[in-house]
Design a protein around this ligand. Structure first.
Ligand code: CIR
Length: 257
């Protein structure tokens, strides 16, 4: 029977030195960050994922945000070249783990691409024009995936780190959006569900099968999703949010035969 693997990575003891773009640095309680991350992993397990947990160390402050190191589609895995030079060594362990489930290609210099900038919805791949992902990285991804029938669209962003801060897929036709942060005209053809206007940051939702994993601190947007029939499981990710992380960034969900 087809299953799901969730690749996750431990919280680094050096997470206090994480990359920051929009937030001022504030102290991260590592014990609480680890507890939150463990609880997130338990939720993924409860949704049917087999967990593969990679270690981290103090040379990789942002390693827990494993999403940025790869893009996983049904056809292919793409190992990224993260836009933050300090994060590039994170890809090695992920390459090794993912190679057991997918044929892999790599984004090569001078291309940069963060997995957080890539939303796969059906056969459409939305790629954010962020400070982490450049034209060359986007084009390399588009070329690799076009061979498998995927169409790539470039999406303009503002005021947020990654495309997935502003847009995630609820299903193959429907996107959850924070329209203040994204060029919605570029999302033509999709059904759009808006986050609650009081909840900036609530557009980052993780799909696991048909269930949505969403931060508990956004109850109004959760109510919107539930009123439209989506099952939602809430998780706490307040400490990792101080490192500009959210729910999608802490796993790579890999369907496998
Ligand atoms: C960074 O700036 O790279 C990390 N501190 C946060 C990355 C979050 N990644 C994601 O949302 N995909």
């Amino acid at each position: 029977m087809p299953g799901l693997v969730a690749l996750v990575r431990d919280v680094s003891p050096a997470i206090g030195r994480c990359e920051l773009t929009y937030l001022a640095r504030s102290p991260i309680d590592i014990g609480r960050a680890i507890e939150e991350h463990n609880a997130y992993v338990v939720v993924l397990e409860s949704l049917g994922c087999r967990i593969e947990r990679l270690p981290s160390d103090d040379s990789m402050p942002d390693a827990v945000f494993i999403e940025d190191t790869a893009v996983v589609t049904s056809a292919l895995g793409v190992i990224t070249r993260p836009g933050a030079a300090a994060r590039r060594a994170e890809v090695h362990a992920v390459r090794e783990a993912l190679s057991r489930y997918r044929h892999l290609v790599e984004i090569e210099a001078p291309g940069t691409l963060d997995g957080g900038d890539v939303v796969v919805a059906g056969r459409t791949v939305l790629v954010g024009r962020s400070s982490r992902t450049n034209d060359e990285g986007r084009e390399q991804l588009g070329r690799a995936l076009s061979a498998f029938g995927f169409t790539t669209r470039s999406i303009g962003l503002r005021d947020c780190l990654h495309l997935k801060s502003a847009v995630t897929a609820l299903d193959d036709e429907t996107l959850l959006v924070e329209r203040r942060w994204v060029d919605v005209d570029a999302l033509a053809g999709f059904d759009l569900v808006d986050v609650d206007a009081a909840e900036s940051g609530a557009a980052n939702v993780l799909r696991v099968g048909s269930t949505l994993v969403h931060p508990q601190r956004f109850p109004r947007t959760r109510a919107v999703l539930q009123s439209r029939g989506w099952p939602v499981v809430s998780v706490t990710c307040d400490e990792l949010a101080k490192a500009e992380g959210a729910v999608t960034c802490c796993s790579l969900i890999v369907p496998h035969a």
